[in-house]
Design a protein around this ligand. Structure first.
Ligand code: ATP
Ligand code: MN
Length: 477
């Protein structure tokens, strides 16, 4: 007999038929009602057992977490909160779960506790909902780009270029860690290493993606990226997934249009495909917020926040305008910022970004034309000679969700900037070739996938939106 998913059964109009379902017990009460979940939906199906006709030893084994197979008749439910239930005719234990040992009980666990049990936390409502939304978002990303004529490019994860410039890198090496081969100058001899040179895990696929945009026109990468930074925040992971579109002939305005349309489209998509999960996460979010002090509380529910992003254009503001707003802001004057904003050219910190988004504009903001000194070498220099065509998209509760730019397409200007940074031009010979042969205006950005998942699910900590988070001092599982 064919197995049916719980999601399909709960939608089913066909009552009185025999059904077969497999899943894990979420709870068992009154020796009669099994709440069964198989991952296909946030909702459980109620399986009603005739306990008088059931072997006592079998009843004892229906514990939270156990895997079971159920055969029975689909009926209208007597209880409230569900449309159908299964009157069980045959129940089989597939895998026991000892209630004395099983960590995930039907009660509220702290996120800290669940992080230590990351291999089991997906069996909770919250984490299964988050991970289903994550999966749907990932699909929506590929769908958006495919529908808009982009090609997906798999850029390398092991990189031989040390000029990506986005952050500290993890070295990839097969050399003997205790006795590595040394050069005459007393340095580690990477020419003897696996790749014959020093290699690292990538921090961004951008530079490689740019070369592909110069032939395929519109491309994107969506893969793992790594940063060996000691950032213990709720928004940083050492291993995260990044979405990086790169488009030939797009200037910065077109780049902003793309970022805005892309984010709105994928959010719209999951609002349609993940209704049940988002409603559950919405309730969780509202409950969580109600326990915070008034001033830190979000005045919108999660679903309202998502709708707000769809209904409102992102406010576009130059760095210089934002700098003036921040300089004259109350928290700056009252010295409430940890990093004061006094001189044009300062890098904006998360506290400043959040002030602009949450207190001043009260909507998503795109900051553009940043000082060249605080941005990467490949960003296009403006006519003023001191700002570059950079853009950051800032979101409420998250801060920076996207960082991007129009790229410097002029070979001479790019070479100057590389020289000023003391990077050896030869290291970037292949990158510079794109400017030597058929160079063109082009733009792109990087969007941290987990920050997007955080925003959509309303989860406060980035460690709770990726299955097995990698952070400083933590690579369990
Ligand atoms: P931040 O200033 O927030 O540390 P960044 O400016 O270093 O970020 P970029 O190099 O611009 O980040 O990377 C592009 C995007 O990747 C960011 O906008 C963000 O969404 C995401 N991102 C960057 N670093 C991390 C990280 N450590 N963990 C998760 N996402 C990240
Ligand atoms: Mn950035």
């Amino acid at each position: 007999m064919q197995k049916t998913s719980v999601a399909d059964l709960l939608q089913s109009e066909k009552k009185g038929i025999e059904v077969h379902v497999k899943g894990w017990v979420r709870s068992f009460r009154s020796n009669r009602f099994v709440a069964l979940n198989d991952g296909s939906t946030i909702n459980n199906i109620q399986c009603v057992i005739d306990f008088e006709a059931t072997d006592e030893n079998l009843l004892k084994r229906i514990n939270t977490g156990a895997a079971i197979a159920v055969k029975g008749i689909l009926e209208d439910s007597q209880g409230k909160g569900q449309s159908v239930e299964i009157r069980v005719t045959k129940l089989e234990i597939l895998g026991d779960s000892n209630p004395d040992d099983y960590p995930i009980q039907p009660k509220k666990h702290s996120f800290e506790f669940l992080r230590e049990n990351a291999h089991l936390r997906v069996r909770t409502n919250t984490f299964s909902a988050v991970m289903r939304v994550r999966s749907a978002l990932s699909f929506a990303v590929h769908q958006y780009f495919t529908q808009h004529g982009f090609y997906n490019v798999h850029t390398p994860i092991v990189t031989g270029s040390d000029a990506e410039g986005a952050g500290e890198m993890f070295r990839v090496s097969t050399l003997d860690a205790i006795n590595p081969p040394m050069t005459d100058e007393g340095k580690i001899d990477y020419s003897k290493d696996f790749f014959g040179k020093e290699t690292n895990l990538t921090v961004s696929g951008q530079l490689e993606a740019e070369t592909y945009a110069m032939a395929l026109g519109k491309v994107y990468t969506f893969g793992p990226t790594f940063r060996a930074e000691n950032s213990n925040t709720t928004r940083h992971l050492a291993e995260f997934w990044m979405i990086e579109p790169e488009v030939a002939f797009n200037d910065l305005d077109a780049n902003m249009d793309l970022a805005e349309d892309f984010i709105q489209s994928v959010i719209k998509s999951v609002l349609e495909t993940c209704k049940d999960d988002l409603e559950f996460l919405n309730e969780r979010f509202v409950k969580e917020e109600s326990q915070k002090p008034q001033l830190q509380r979000s005045d919108m529910s999660l679903l309202e926040k998502l709708q707000f992003v769809l209904d409102n254009n992102f406010k576009r503001v130059s760095y210089t305008e934002a700098f003036e707003i921040l300089r004259n802001s109350k928290p700056n004057k009252k010295k409430k910022f940890q990093f004061p904003v006094n001189e044009w050219g300062v890098d904006l910190q998360s506290e400043h970004e959040r002030f602009l988004v949450e207190k001043h504009f009260k909507c998503p903001v795109i900051l553009f034309d940043y000082p060249a000194t605080i941005k990467a070498f490949y960003m296009r220099l403006n006519e003023d000679g001191k700002t570059v065509r950079a853009m950051d998209v800032l979101f409420p509760g998250i801060g920076e969700i996207v960082g991007g730019s129009q790229r410097e397409e002029r070979l001479d200007v790019l070479k100057e900037k590389i020289k000023a940074l003391d990077i050896d031009e030869k290291e970037l010979w292949w990158y510079l070739d794109t400017r030597r042969f058929g160079t063109a205006v082009h733009s792109g950005f990087g969007l941290g996938f987990e920050r997007l998942v955080q925003f959509v699910t309303g989860m406060g900590n980035i460690r709770d939106v990726i299955p097995f988070p990698r952070t400083p001092q933590n690579a369990e599982f």
